[in-house]
Design a binder for this molecule. Structure first.
Ligand code: ZN
Length: 229
């Protein structure tokens, strides 16, 4: 139970004018869906042909651990809609979160062929192991299936972590000891390198044309609205 003054603090309107996540929820051309508590957006970045998306709280929360229960439930409802949508195409979704520097909480979603999930999971785990061995960024790995209550019971608010899982998996969490050293693009660069032999990190800086962004947005919007209506 939170002390009363912290509980009161949590009820402040959560918005931050200098925050890109808060900005996204006010719409910058990428907004797909707005449930009132959660928004979905497509990307302007030319990674994997723009075939990935973001789910974020509309108000300014910094992590899954920090979310209030109703917002967390709404988030799961939307994740489940995505899982249903892509399972019809024999695809699974890599969901992930990088929580550091009090940035707006964002769940990234990368759809991929279900038959590459096993390899991709191993690849991501190995990449973390390598980082840990170099003493660089992440340690304190946890298979969340072993934690009753999952991620939200595993860590306290204010601790930097990253987390990933495929579809409905509880997933795997890593505490970030040196958040500055952990790339926001870790998941994209790891997965892209696996899928595309010619991939290099420069590609992470390319932008899609506005027409492609708009098409991706409109297509995803109609698919999601059908599922969530
Ligand atoms: Zn924000």
């Amino acid at each position: 139970m939170l002390p009363l003054f912290l509980f009161e603090h949590a009820k402040y309107e959560r918005s931050n004018t200098s925050c890109e996540g808060c900005y996204a929820s006010k719409d910058n051309g990428t907004l797909v869906y707005d449930s009132g508590k959660i928004v979905v957006s497509v990307t302007k970045r030319n990674i994997l042909d723009g075939n990935h998306f973001y789910i974020l709280p509309k108000e300014h929360y910094v992590s899954t651990v920090d979310l209030e229960d109703d917002v967390y439930e709404e988030m799961n409802k939307i994740k489940n809609a995505f899982i249903e949508l892509y399972s019809k195409q024999n695809k699974s979704i890599l969901f992930f979160e990088v929580n550091k520097n009090e940035k707006h909480m964002t769940i990234g979603g990368i759809p991929m062929e279900t038959n590459v999930v096993k390899n991709s999971r191993r690849l991501l785990q190995n990449s973390f192991d390598l980082n840990a061995e170099e003493g660089a960024s992440s340690s304190f790995f946890k298979d969340l299936t072993e934690v009753p209550g999952g991620l939200r019971r595993f860590l306290r608010p204010g601790i930097s972590y990253t987390w990933f899982g495929f579809d409905n998996e509880k997933g795997y969490a890593y505490r970030l000891n040196d958040p500055e050293d952990f790339s926001d693009d870790f998941y994209y660069s790891t997965i892209c390198a696996e899928i595309d032999e010619d991939f290099d990190d420069m590609q992470l800086r390319l932008k899609l044309t506005p027409d492609v962004v708009k098409n991706n947005r409109d297509k995803l919007r109609s698919e999601l609205e059908t599922l969530l209506s």
